[in-house]
Design a protein around this ligand. Sequence first.
Ligand SMILES: Nc1ncnc2c1ncn2[C@@H]1O[C@H](COP(=O)(O)OP(=O)(O)OP(=O)(O)O)[C@@H](O)[C@H]1O
Ligand code: SF4
Ligand SMILES: [Mg+2]
Length: 395
Amino acid sequence: MADNEKKKSSYISARESRRITRFNRRITGKLEKARADAAKDPALYTTRMEDPDNVVEFDNVCTYFFTDVGVVKAVDGVNFSIPKCSTVGVVGESGCGKSVTSLSLMQLLQRPSGQTVGGEIRFNLGDGTAYNIVNTPNSIMETIRGNKISMIFQEPMTSLNPVFKIGMQVDEVTKLHNPEMSDEDVKARTLEMLDLVGIANKEGVYDMYPHELSGGMRQRICIAIALACSPTLIIADEPTTALDVTIQAQILDLLQNLKDKLNSSIMLITHDLGVVAGMADYVVVMYAGRIVEKGTADDIFHHPAHPYTIGLMRSKPVVGKKVEELYNIPGSVPNPVEMPDYCYFRDRCEMHCSHCSGQYPPEIRISGTHVVSCYRYLEEGEVLKYPKSVNVEEL
Ligand SMILES: Nc1ncnc2c1ncn2[C@@H]1O[C@H](COP(=O)(O)OP(=O)(O)OP(=O)(O)O)[C@@H](O)[C@H]1O
Ligand code: SF4
Ligand SMILES: [Mg+2]
């Protein structure tokens, strides 16, 4: 096969494959060792928040997967924060890095192949200090997961254990994080949670197995489990995708009400713009592992600035508006193993200009709350920073 044909077909020779395996083993070994060393020294995993009113700050976070075909830069230089008591929506098409961003925050990446190789994820401890989650030891992470940060997944049946009764599964979380509580108090707390998430027959459901409940009820149980310890942050990764539309609305309302009751924040991951529009205070739009635009929900929905966001808005059906054909963004996302060194959206962008052939665009502030990574705003906005990729050869 000619060299350029091999490149196009992602062909990897046996020799190249061996080289990649050796390289991955060396780098991941080094990274695991560096992590273990950092976890021994509190000075390396405690830090300060940039703004104490934020619960979490992602600061130039780079999470890569060292795979058999090369390095996948799933999240590459992501900056955004989640303010206290707010809902931040993370949107973008499939594979853009939404889940990997949240898994990096929970330290639930598939290691050793998945590694956060750069940046800081600061989690506010409420006393002026913060943990840098990237270096935080597992013993501390166990006190954070399910307690201070909890997660609701897309498919409730896979989150619940089919062989244990509902009551036992909710009890377990409370018991784990509050070992001093008596069995009666734990059960009372579980019943209180079931009541809170709108389960009518709470005593009966306590003794049921997951398969005896409907999809909507199962998702309510997952929410009860996630909220059992009153977390400061709830990560909801496509919480309603597996549910029908009427149940979707109920579950979203429930999440929003409980968030206000518990003074928590929500990181709401979805590819459904309708869900984000109804719930989020702030919106972050991701494309190919990077944030292309962020701002308040009003900025993003009423004044979208990035050509990708504009395309997403145009491709959304609007009730009562007649169109011949729904718009779709032409082309496809670049190969994650070989990202270009110019704007990742350029090959699909209908608005590209002369600047766009240069390096990847910087973050440009176009209003107090609205930031966009696109050269079209170079003259009118304030250039903040360029995303920093990590050179894996130098690790
Ligand atoms: N364990 C893994 N090993 C290798 N690559 C991975 C792994 N997990 C995720 N990736 C890659 O990381 C990128 C981002 O994946 P991620 O799951 O974050 O997408 P997503 O935005 O959540 O998509 P979706 O909307 O489909 O859930 C993808 O290119 C994916 O192939
Ligand atoms: S930087 Fe250029 S190519 Fe990229 S989105 Fe903006 S206009 Fe399009
Ligand atoms: Mg996902």
